[in-house]
Design a protein around this ligand. Sequence first.
Ligand code: NAP
Ligand code: G4F
Length: 340
Amino acid sequence: MKKALITGITGQDGSYLAEFLLDKGYEVHGIVRRCSSLNTQRIDHLIEGKYGNEEKIVLHFGDLSDSNSLNRLIDKFEPCEIYNLGAQSHVQVSFDVPEFTSDVNALGALRLLDSIKEVNPKIKYYQASSSELFGKVKETPQTENTPFNPRSPYAVAKLYAYWITINYREAYQLFACNGILFNHESPRRGKTFVTRKITTGISNILKGKQEKIILGNIDAKRDWGFAGDYVEAMWLMLQQNEPDDYVVATGETHTVREFCELAFQHVGIKLVWDGEGISEKGIDYKTGKELISISNQYFRPTEVDLLLGNATKTHNKLNWEPKVSFEKLIEMMVDSDINT
Ligand code: NAP
Ligand code: G4F
């Protein structure tokens, strides 16, 4: 039985990847951080065993900032594949905790790669790289060959991880791949990322628990896909004959504003906009009630205005296509938040 080790297994992508690998028959091990309260909600169904005791994940305490824990686990389990999904993944938060973000997101990748090199260089490695690397984009759409121009401590740390992955591939012949993934969302997305903030906000407004949603830059554009589709691309990268780097994206870009309009439309509310800049408001056309307002609090010191991926290489080489459309993704997230 093939063994996989996932860092970030308690996160959005980690939970979908764990399900995907269990379905493929893998023995799945995950690294979790010690927390004062349990944070395994996204994978509780897998800890219990999805279809009984057979389909289970095994969790181990460890941390990307602690090389001893990583070395020990890799040495003990010798997985054939390691997926490094663990990160301080919030771009805005990275401006508040830049050193921690760099330690975990940049050096965490180095710690894993170096452990692979020492313990068993045959272990295949996936690095969760990001479209944030393109930052203030130098060309549109972005491909594997687009120059990087990072705009946050998060993106700069991920740039180090991207290059150290390539360096260890070239210097030590490791099978190490970068998946340059554009934004991907789901009902399991963290609630402070903009998509989920909007869909939980709508659910709370409908249930009378919240008055309005307060946002930052609603004209930012993102290429949003479904996380469940994207984990398949991660796995496919490690099944190829040669290691390589791939862009994973839908090839469509939308503003945060459009996301709001479609999400409210799904619950029968027509949103209209009034005012400009920080004074702009999203208003219920029928009732005149203010549902969205803008606050400086959610603007970033340096913003990424536009992301749009060209995943032609991934389509051609991995035979991968996104299955869930932008509209379907929004419906899925809104429905899930309303029903929980
Ligand atoms: P997420 O939901 O925020 O999950 C992040 C995971 O990393 C969590 O399991 C978290 O554990 C873990 N983690 C944080 N610090 C850690 C540390 N010091 N040691 C070990 N684990 C640590 O993020 P996601 O959306 O699933 O994203 C997965 C990866 O893909 C991340 O590396 C992210 O940067 C990257 N990425 C995401 C997207 C996207 O749109 N989702 C796009 C491109 C790249 P806790 O539960 O304990 O916090
Ligand atoms: O949802 P976001 O916080 O995601 P962001 O910054 O694009 O980062 C996500 O995707 C990256 C891939 O490109 C990942 F690498 C990263 O780990 C993470 O998963 O913000 C999206 C956009 C931004 O332009 C932000 O300024 O939405 C804008 N926005 C507007 N109002 C807001 C808000 N973002 C958040 N989080 N909260 C707001 O109130």
